[in-house]
Unconditional design. Structure first.
Length: 190
């Protein structure tokens, strides 16, 4: 059985295992592949956390030859700081910049209110936002795998073509924003 693990950062690890292998052994394999210690690994399948290390992969309900699972760091640390510390730094930066805070109030009022009053709620909302983005990316990746499964399906090829076109549009937009930002705003000349 082949399992594909996708991390928060978009990294992918493919591990070949026996379905009767226990979760703790799979986690040890993942530690060798991903350099994420077993103690920091959190594995989810179809939206539910796999928490029993003594259960086999089959007992945990992981089905299919090419199952895709989400691998997360429980205590994520970036440059020696935890995610909670980064969220607090972001919150303080927002509070110190009135223009940024006004922009956040317009786009995400709940997040702006949490930034002003409750740091724990702010960190939780940031985490939820990150998880939503991750699940959307994971769903998109599954859709692409499904479409690539049958290369002769005309409708699948049409959807792949549309996805490629949309990606090109986004790349053009990023390029325009970086190299010609004045075209997106009003420029008053003297």
């Amino acid at each position: 059985m082949e399992l594909t693990f996708v991390t928060d950062l978009g990294q992918t690890f493919v591990v070949e295992i026996d379905p009767n292998m226990e979760l703790e052994n799979v986690m040890a394999l993942l530690e060798a592949e991903s350099s994420i210690p077993v103690s920091e690994q959190g594995i989810s399948y179809e939206g539910r956390e796999l928490s029993n290390p003594k259960a086999t992969i089959r007992e945990l309900g992981v089905q299919g030859e090419n199952a895709m699972l989400l691998l997360r760091r429980k205590v994520a640390s970036v440059a020696g700081r935890s995610i909670e510390q980064d969220a607090e730094m972001m919150r303080l930066q927002l509070l110190g910049d009135p223009q940024l805070m006004a922009q956040l109030r317009e786009t995400q009022p709940e997040l702006a209110a949490a930034a002003q009053s409750n740091s724990a709620r702010f960190a939780e909302l940031l985490r939820q936002t990150r998880e939503r983005h991750l699940s959307a990316e994971l769903a998109q990746q599954r859709e692409i795998e499904r479409l690539n499964a049958d290369p002769y399906d005309v409708e699948a090829q049409r959807k792949i073509e549309e996805a490629i076109r949309q990606q090109a549009v986004m790349e053009n937009m990023e390029h325009a924003l970086e190299y010609s930002p004045e075209s997106f705003g009003r420029v008053t000349m003297l």
